[in-house]
Design a protein around this ligand. Structure first.
Ligand SMILES: [Zn+2]
Length: 404
């Protein structure tokens, strides 16, 4: 029985060197460009200034904003949204985000808050915290130029925002005596999907090997988790197949030989596909636990996903044998019956992690034993709800302890 909905960014422009077309596209949207940049490397080597110059030459006024280098926090979003609001944005303004997933998420959230003035802070709109307000007005139009190949944030409808302070918030149920603990939550609305996604893989050639490896593993984790998600549907699954076929062989090359155009193109394309897939299908165990590791132990997203992916495969093997076998046959069509093929796929991913020197245990990331109990409730977010296998608290505790 076929029954599904599917959505994706309205326009995607993909190709080596195609950032040169940014000004032409931006000019269609407006007169003022609110340029949010998060890549210190591309600022230092002149790439960001080159984009600004082209925007000005196309008749746009350029206002520049620098994103912090951390994953976006409530205070970062509120600050940028206040700056946007102070500009009294109207028709003719376009936000341009140049950076990794953190910068794109920050810009997405601020673009949404700029036009949704019924909330004061982004907290008012976050899932599971605050006042539960919804994004009602279309955000400022957003053009996303990813400079890493990993999160797929350029194609998703949410922005992941964290709070690392125990600060109390204004509100009825939350008081100084009853503060909200640190969290990592989504601001989510289909209105938040970027208006235009411009992927120029050439922007990723300056990424150092370590960042290339971890962001690439994030994309691969997203492709696998979306493929097996309990909310998986046919179009995203087809995209996952294409993405994995490209990314699994390309990632080690992109890491070892950063200037390889073929490898950079493959990874940028796979990351984009992973964003489209996860926005439609959701994720699973690895992303669920990764969110908790981010909140409790400040482990960066890509590293957490990379460490957790092999475990996510073992956890779901009993209910996903056929799907893992399908994925293994992309690389080895004669790999035998489903059980053999599925195990070969897990070994393939484990070998990739070993080749990229991804740590295999949580203690290697600096996670303390006394933090493990906190990881269980922290893993129960939107991502975990897509995991194909139900995991009781007892089972989850056992798995997390086993990973330590
Ligand atoms: Zn991810």
């Amino acid at each position: 029985m076929l029954d599904y909905s599917f959505f994706a960014p309205r326009q995607i422009v993909f190709g080596w060197g195609r950032r040169a077309e940014l000004a032409t596209h931006a000019a269609r949207f407006g007169r003022r460009a609110l340029l949010v940049s998060g890549s210190r490397t591309l600022e230092a080597n002149g790439s960001v200034e080159e984009l600004s110059a082209k925007l000005r030459a196309a008749g746009l006024e350029v206002l520049s904003f620098q994103a912090a280098t951390r994953e976006p926090e409530v205070r970062d979003v509120d600050r940028l949204a206040a700056e946007f609001r102070a500009l009294e944005p109207a028709g003719g303004d376009v936000v341009i985000a140049v950076g990794g997933g953190s910068t794109i998420d920050l810009a997405k959230a601020a673009a949404a808050l700029a036009t949704n003035r019924h909330g004061e802070s982004v907290v008012d709109f976050l899932e599971g915290v605050g006042r539960g307000l919804q994004i009602m007005q279309p955000p400022l139009p957003l053009i996303a130029l990813p400079t890493t190949a990993g999160t797929g944030a350029e194609a998703t409808k949410n922005a992941v925002i964290s709070s690392n302070t125990h600060a109390a918030l204004k509100g009825d149920s939350v008081t100084a005596a009853n503060p909200i603990p640190p969290y990592k939550k989504s601001l989510r609305s289909e209105l938040m999907v970027p208006s235009l996604v411009l992927v120029d893989p050439e922007l990723t050639v300056t990424l150092p090997p370590g960042v290339t490896a971890l962001t690439g593993m994030d994309a691969i984790t997203q492709l696998i988790e979306s493929y097996i998600s309990r909310r998986a549907t046919p179009i995203p699954q087809a995209l996952c197949v294409q993405g994995l076929k490209l990314a699994i062989p390309a990632l080690p090359i992109a890491v070892q030989e950063g200037s390889s155009r073929a490898a950079r193109e493959a990874m940028a394309h796979a990351a984009l596909l992973s964003g489209i897939a996860l926005a439609n299908s959701g994720l699973g165990f690895a992303h669920g636990v990764a969110a908790a590791l981010g909140v409790t132990c400040q482990i960066p997203h890509g590293l957490a996903c990379a460490v957790l992916l092999p475990a996510a495969l073992h956890v779901n093997l009993s209910v996903c044998t056929r799907q893992f076998a399908e994925l293994e046959r992309l690389f080895d069509p004669d790999c035998g019956h489903d059980t053999v093929a599925a195990n070969a796929f897990i070994e393939r991913i484990e070998s990739l992690c070993a080749l990229l020197e991804i740590p295999s245990r949580l203690r290697d990331l600096g996670v303390r034993q006394d933090q493990l109990a906190e990881l269980v409730p922290g893993s129960r977010g939107n991502s975990m709800s897509g995991n194909p296998r139900d995991l009781s608290d007892q089972k989850l505790t056992q798995l997390i302890e086993g990973l330590w």
